[in-house]
Design a protein around this ligand. Structure first.
Ligand code: ZN
Ligand code: ZN
Ligand code: ZN
Length: 483
């Protein structure tokens, strides 16, 4: 028997490991969030699957692939996706849904009932998917010699085939267009289940030799050419399409609604989340915190609500609800966010992550940090793509009126401002980068007016983008094309 290691983790840590194992290639935050909801729903639905063996889940594809990174530190995007969706599950008629997913549906998802007859489920019917059309697996070709196909069928499927396959055609397809049964001719003719054929080929010739059952096949000389689309069974959420939807601005709720029509995202009542931190809410914020930080919690929420009023933005531009998370220790904050220890807080654009409230309060920077991070969330929402992090940082500092020492020349000249903002190598470099970002934004506002600042954030002209890239002190001349 294989040596086995059983680890005990809370639900959110399990989800981090599953996202690392199943979804680490996703680039969009919203797609990762959708996968976090899928993974949580699956985990709660199938909890205790290996109860007889004394644990809930295995770490393989049989359950969900679970991976612990070498340094035990998950990417910030994964941690953020789990936190942002904390307690959220996919439901159908008030029950946990059965949330399947695959890598790439090839343009049309598969109806679960066509693969597994006992899973003819309303929200797992075939839907068309225009979003994965440009993905890496959207089109594939595989050549299998006729001789090889014959030996696969003979050795793996026990078909009494003598010579090479003379003809292989698709006898029937299912509702999504995937091959269901194949007709194989070699002397006599046999009908072969397309799934059984695909798995046999994969076992003999290597995993994903045939990436899906969504293909055409024809004979070219001595070789069978399979021309197909997609990767995997295609049931449920299509990761490639979800990734594209997210990059186009769809929320995780939208993504889930597309692939699981008729389902809703619900927030779990407590028992299933009992190992999670308590959460308190105000009108626009929710704060998850370990018990040790209890005494600062109400102050934090009222400060955040005040910052929201005082920021001077249109209410329509402000986020309706912001998730805030804090930790027991600085080490946990660093582990969860990937930020350096000198950062008081951080945000992923939607959620605010804070050093232990106790630490911030002791340093006298709690209110300032809350104002700063909330301004980031507000500014980030309006920021157009192509506008760099340093401009957001400078604008945040400009808005909050934080006092910044004017030591902008302290930045090592070999490092760009963008590098220093996103990956500072020391606390001093962070300070220098902030000072320079602030000075650039302040001078820009002085020359061109505050309105232009916002316009540049939301709708930058090509000249603006060029200037933002050069990071130079001289802002672009006013443009008349984009008032
Ligand atoms: Zn398992
Ligand atoms: Zn797809
Ligand atoms: Zn900042």
């Amino acid at each position: 028997m294989q040596p086995r290691l059983t680890v005990t983790v809370n639900l959110d840590s399990y989800l981090e490991g599953v996202l690392a194992g199943e979804a680490s290639i996703l680039k969009s935050r919203e797609a990762l969030e959708a996968m976090a909801v899928v993974a949580r729903t699956w985990a709660l639905r199938y909890r205790g699957r290996h109860q007889a063996a004394g644990y809930d889940f295995c770490s393989l594809t049989h359950c969900q692939v679970f991976r612990i990174p070498e340094n035990s530190k998950y990417p910030a995007a994964i941690v953020g996706a789990v936190q942002k969706t904390r307690g959220k599950v996919l439901q159908y008629r008030g029950q946990l849904a059965d949330p399947y997913f695959s890598a790439d549906c090839g343009g049309v998802t598969e109806s679960a009932g066509d693969v597994w007859p006992d899973k003819n489920i309303p929200y797992l019917q075939s839907v068309s998917d225009p979003y994965c059309a440009a993905s890496v697996h959207s089109k594939w070709r595989q050549a299998i010699p006729r001789e090889t196909a014959a030996s696969v069928l003979r050795e793996d499927q026990g078909l009494p085939i003598r010579g090479p396959v003379r003809e292989l055609t698709i006898e029937s397809r299912d509702s999504s267009g995937r091959a269901r049964r194949l007709r194989v001719t070699a002397g006599q003719a046999w009908l072969v289940d397309a799934n059984a054929f695909r798995y046999a080929v994969d076992r003999r010739l290597g995993w994903n030799t045939l990436k899906s059952n969504l293909y055409e096949v024809h004979l070219q000389g001595d070789v069978l050419i399979f021309a197909g689309r997609g990767l995997g069974h295609g049931v449920g959420l299509c990761q490639a399409g979800a990734d594209q939807m997210g990059q186009m601005g769809a929320s995780y709720e939208k993504i889930l609604a597309r692939y699981f029509p008729g389902t809703t995202v619900a927030t779990l009542p407590s028992p299933a989340q009992q190992d999670a931190d308590p959460v308190v809410s105000s009108e626009h914020f929710e704060l998850a915190y370990p018990e040790s930080q209890q005494q600062w919690v109400n102050g934090v929420l009222s400060t955040l609500e005040r910052c929201r009023k005082e920021l001077g933005l249109n209410v329509a531009d402000l986020p309706a609800r912001v998730h805030v998370q804090t930790w027991d220790t600085t080490a946990e904050f660093i582990r969860a966010t990937g930020k350096p220890g000198w950062a008081a807080g951080s945000t992923d654009g939607n959620a605010i992550f804070l050093q232990p409230l106790r630490t911030l309060a002791a340093k006298g920077i709690l209110d300032q940090t809350l104002r700063h991070e909330f301004a980031h969330v507000a500014v980030h929402r309006l920021r157009a793509s192509g506008v760099p992090d340093w401009f957001e940082e400078g604008l945040v500092l400009y808005l909050t009126g934080e006092r910044i020492a004017d030591d902008r020349d302290a930045l090592p000249s070999a490092r760009s401002l963008s590098q220093a903002i996103s990956r500072a190598q020391s606390e001093a470099e962070t300070h220098a980068a902030y000072a320079r970002a602030y000075a650039l934004v302040r001078d820009f506002a002085a020359r061109r007016g505050e309105d232009t600042l916002w316009r540049t954030l939301e709708r930058p002209t090509p000249q603006d983008l060029k200037w933002l890239k050069t990071e130079s002190a001289k802002p672009p001349a006013p443009s008349r094309t984009n008032p």
